[in-house]
Design a protein around this ligand. Sequence first.
Ligand code: IMP
Length: 195
Amino acid sequence: MRVVVATGNRGKLRELAALLVPLGVELVPQSDFGIEPPPETGATFLENALIKARHAARITQLPAIADDSGLEVDALGGAPGVHSARFAGESASDAENNEKLLGALASVPHEKRTARYRAVIVFVSGPNDLMPLIGEGAWEGHIGLAPRGAGGFGYDPLFEPAGSTGTAAELTPAAKNAVSHRGAALRALLARWPR
Ligand code: IMP
């Protein structure tokens, strides 16, 4: 089976491709079809994941998988949430988003910098699938005081997973996938995969 991966985010694509190996499907990034990401107009991770998967499935007439994810920071009332990719502006870089986050938390002590990543992953068998498969996952942690590590992507240099002394950007790709929100969401989705 060929499945379109509805993301243009290279960090996500890398992690999803590693996590999807057990399915034995052929994954094709939507960029191979020249698909531009649709506007993410949903209010929730689930709505946005469905928008992206259906958009890719409609254009390719193939099954599609999409991840919508983000960071919820308690001291910021859950922000940046669904706006995580564009926290510092429409085409903000990861470094700009991290800088904005550090600024927003400048006066917040470490023990109050609790946060979690969330991911929702959906699979649609085609553009008119009425029963998409859905998996969700969360990863608890803290926002650090300064960036550390060169792995992962996005907010990983600032995200200190609960129970760890380092950041998500200091984990190997396999170690991150084993404990991350994305890994958990994918495993939940695979548990519902028809066999
Ligand atoms: P989306 O493409 O709207 O789902 O954007 C998700 C955004 O959330 C990314 O661009 C990152 O800023 C952030 N994010 C989601 N998952 C991760 C992760 O595993 N590590 C770091 N940042 C993440």
